[in-house]
Write a protein that binds this ligand. Structure first.
Ligand code: XBP
Ligand code: MG
Length: 263
C-alpha cells in the first residue's frame, strides 16, 4: 500500500470563506467603477458560483442574466479589464484582514508540516489572490509552506475539469494514491474524482451545504479546533473532535486499504 505524502487544498470556500464577503464584493466594486449597474446579490452569486473562474463567471452572467446588455466589440478585453479591477479590489480587501481562515485550517496546515507531509494548492482563483490570502490571513511566509501552488489560468479548463489537480500532482511528482484532497463544493469534488484522487475531505459552507458531494470520503462542517469541534455530516471521524494528521492517515489507509470508506 502507498503511504500518504501530500495534502492538496482548494482555496475558496475551503481555506477561507472568500466568496460572499470577498470575491462577490470585489466584483460589485469593479462593476460600479466601470459605470455598470450590475449588482450581484448574495443569492444571485450563489447561482453564479456554478461556473468557476471569475472571467468565466462574468461571461456566464452576461449569457444568462443580462441578455439585454449591449456587448462591446472586444468582449474578451472588456471582461479581462473588469476582472483585473476585481482582482485589485479583492486583494485590497484581503490586505485589511477581512477574510479569516476557516476553523482548524491553521492548526491542520501546521500539524501537517510538522509531520513531514507536503502541501499543495489546487484552485481556480487567480494566483495573486492565493498569495495575498496566504500572506495576510495565514503568515507572512506562508507561500513557502506549499511545494506547489496550482492556480487560475495555469490550465485552460477550470474545475470541474480535473486539470488543475493533474497539474499539481505532476509538479509534486506524486500519484493520486499518495495524496488527500480538500474541497468545499460539488465542482471541486468532480474535479478531484476525475483526476483519480480518491481520498477526499469536504468542508461545506453556506453556499455548498446542499451540493451533491457523492464520492467524498468525509464531509465536515469545518476541520474543528480546540473549543470548536467539527460536526461529521457524512463518513466517519471515529469520534475525534477535529481532523488532524492521525485521522487523515487512517482515512487514507481506509480508502486504499481493504476497508471501503467512500460514501
Ligand atoms: C473558486 C472560484 C473562483 C473565485 C474567483 O473556485 O470559482 O472563480 O470565485 O476567482 P474553487 P477569480 O474554490 O473551486 O477553486 O476571480 O480569481 O477567477
Ligand atoms: Mg472551493
Amino acid at each position: 500500500m502507498v503511504g500518504l505524502k501530500a495534502l492538496l487544498f482548494d482555496v475558496d470556500g475551503t481555506l477561507a470563506d472568500t466568496e460572499k464577503d470577498g470575491h462577490r464584493v470585489a466584483f460589485n466594486r469593479a462593476f460600479r467603477e466601470a459605470g455598470l449597474d450590475w449588482e450581484w446579490s448574495v443569492s444571485l452569486y450563489g447561482r453564479l458560483l456554478e461556473v468557476t473562474g471569475g472571467k468565466e463567471r462574468i461571461r456566464y452572467y452576461l449569457d444568462e442574466f443580462a441578455q439585454s446588455f449591449t456587448r462591446p466589440q472586444d468582449l474578451d478585453g472588456f471582461i479581462a479589464e473588469l476582472h483585473r479591477n476585481k482582482t485589485h479590489y479583492y486583494i485590497e480587501l484581503l490586505k485589511t484582514g477581512a477574510i479569516p481562515l476557516r476553523p482548524g485550517v491553521r492548526r491542520l496546515l501546521t500539524q501537517a508540516r510538522e509531520s513531514g507531509l507536503r502541501l499543495a494548492i489546487a484552485t481556480t482563483t487567480t494566483a495573486s489572490n492565493v498569495s495575498a490570502l496566504l500572506r495576510h490571513s495565514l503568515a507572512e511566509d506562508a507561500e513557502n509552506w506549499f511545494d506547489v501552488i496550482a492556480a487560475g489560468d495555469v490550465v485552460p479548463a477550470k474545475k470541474p475539469a480535473p486539470d488543475i489537480y493533474l497539474w499539481a500532482m505532476k509538479e509534486l511528482g506524486l500519484m493520486p494514491e499518495s495524496c488527500v484532497a480538500f474541497e468545499d463544493s460539488e465542482q471541486g469534488v468532480r474535479a478531484v474524482l476525475a483526476s483519480g484522487l480518491k481520498a477526499l475531505v469536504v468542508t461545506v459552507n453556506d453556499y455548498t451545504q446542499d451540493h451533491n458531494l457523492a464520492g467524498s470520503t468525509l464531509v465536515l462542517d469545518h476541520f474543528g479546533e480546540i473549543g470548536n469541534p467539527c460536526r461529521v455530516l457524512r463518513g466517519d471521524l471515529q469520534g475525534a473532535p477535529m481532523l488532524g494528521v492521525p485521522e487523515l492517515r487512517r482515512l487514507h489507509s481506509r480508502v486504499y486499504g481493504t476497508e471501503n470508506s467512500t460514501l
